[in-house]
Design a protein around this ligand. Structure first.
Ligand code: S3P
Length: 178
């Protein structure tokens, strides 16, 4: 059996470990790893926070859509998607048409711990970031649940999470039809 070439899209809330896990999975599969935020930053020549500040969130969402539609190879890559990428209508369908979608999941308490000491996320540059995170998490929970198989990234070693993602990917990629 030849190994699948199908892309893998890792979606889920900020701080669920999409990039960390994605890099490991890419290494194991010999695929290219891409992080949608970094690719957009590279193409635009400025950080995500600056895009939000200067051009607004709708522009950033349009750049995310552009990246998924035309900005990356159609095969053999693992894409860690920014947390809000899958939220606008139609984005989930776009991802499903291009590859396997797996959702990284972690409880809100873990996400709070993982994100509170960082300052590169424009959506959390508010007076009460914890409240903002809880609101966003509540708003998006339902959307993430509909994206695909969920993999818990809390309280277990990275090796185990990577193994779980690889098993789900191989199973789903074997049935993937373009
Ligand atoms: C966002 C998540 C971020 C980044 C931007 C908006 C969101 O990516 O795309 O700050 O709307 O949840 P991470 O999930 O990699 O933090």
């Amino acid at each position: 059996m030849t190994p699948p070439d199908t892309n893998l899209y890792l979606v889920g809330f900020m701080g669920t470990g999409k990039s960390t896990v994605g890099r490991q999975v890419a290494r194991q599969l010999g695929f290219q790893f891409l992080d949608s935020d970094h690719e957009i930053e590279r193409a635009q020549g400025k950080p995500v926070a600056k895009i939000f500040a200067e051009e607004g969130e709708p522009r950033f969402r349009a750049l995310e859509r552009e990246f998924i539609e035309h900005g990356h190879p159609a095969q053999r890559c693992i894409v860690a998607c920014g947390g809000g990428l899958v939220v606008p209508p139609g984005m989930l369908e776009l991802l499903h048409a291009r590859g396997v979608v797996i959702c990284m999941h972690a409880p809100i308490e873990t996400i709070l711990k993982r994100t509170m000491h960082t300052n590169h996320r424009p959506l959390l540059q508010v007076e009460n970031p914890e409240q903002r995170l809880r609101e966003l998490y509540a708003q998006r929970e339902e959307i993430y649940r509909r994206t695909g198989t969920m993999v818990l990234t809390d309280s277990r070693p990275l090796r185990e999470i990577t193994g779980h993602v690889l098993r789900v990917y191989r199973l789903e990629a074997a049935h993937f039809k373009k």
